[in-house]
Design a protein around this ligand. Sequence first.
Ligand code: SF4
Ligand code: SF4
Length: 375
Amino acid sequence: MNIFISNQKLNDLASKTGISEVGATTAEPLAYMLERLEIRISENRLTPFEEHNPSLRISPVALLDSCRSIITIAIPYSGPEAPVPQSEDLPRGQVARCARAVDYHLLVEFKAGQLVRALKQEYGASFNHRILTDRSPLLERELALRSGLGIIGENCTLINCRYGSYTALGTILLDMDVEPTGIGVETAGCKGCGKCLEACPTGALTAPFIINPQLCLSYLSQASGVYPRDLRAVAGNRLYGCDRCQEVCPHNEGVKPSPLPETAFSLFPAKPLLIPLLSITQREFDLTIGLTSAGWRGKTTLQRNAIIALGNSKSEAAVKPLARLLENDPRPVIRAQAAWALGRIGGQRARFTLGKSLRYDQNPAVKIEAEQALT
Ligand code: SF4
Ligand code: SF4
């Protein structure tokens, strides 16, 4: 379509829909990323959640063939920390900021949809568009950089000048011309202080701007199956995600809380009690955690993380519920992790249950965990 949208107009329409961080860029491919993606593939630094075909990741027209421009948005999600009840001494987990309120994918799609409707009211409904979140193959962080929404830090996050790295990104491909906004320069703005690399508990940030997902506790909290043995202890009480390399970043000091009311309502507390999560029903899960961005990997993965966190808590109070899981849970991954956690906590009751599991459990992987926990 031969319509031109100026920066001013885009900003006006975005602010009417409650989007303060908006930018635009051309549909040009991210050619410079091709080689970097190929290096990541050759070094086994792509996760199974990512598209493995580099050409689909760098080319907007692969996702909308008439694409002429790209609007990028950053939706802030960080709010003030709610106080944690101090009344009892039971172990609690830690939930990353992005997973406490309504699923940011839904929020990004909703806000982007509002912006598209505002554009259609202004310019007519006949343009084509496509709304994308981080579930799409396109490298949205690079597009956000190219449109001036922020800079990329050594911790591999996009850092926005108002909300730091606590934002969720969205992308709108469209076949209208939008005036491009800022020109990003990859290292401009990151202070290069190295605090993120130093603070990472696993060394997953192997060098500035390079992350090894196999070591990243955020990725591992989402990957299903048995948690890697050598990283269980260092996972600490992380229940979902890891904010460590963002918390230490000076760009996140004193950032404004999100003004969006949707981000204020906590569905998954920052520090939830861990033991009740072991017996949460599917319905309870669906109505709370399932509505956040932590919900997509399902109840079993979250419960597995809770078991690891309980093992690390070394809380006596966790022995009985963990023993019940090891004796009765039909899911081998849950029994295997419960065996590990009981071994980490130790004590007579834990050893008794592990001994029974070693003798009677039919699953070889659970037996191995029980044996290792006992020795
Ligand atoms: S999210 Fe956590 S584990 Fe992953 S790179 Fe950052 S600090 Fe390291
Ligand atoms: S902690 Fe320092 S080096 Fe890491 S992203 Fe922030 S400013 Fe950059």
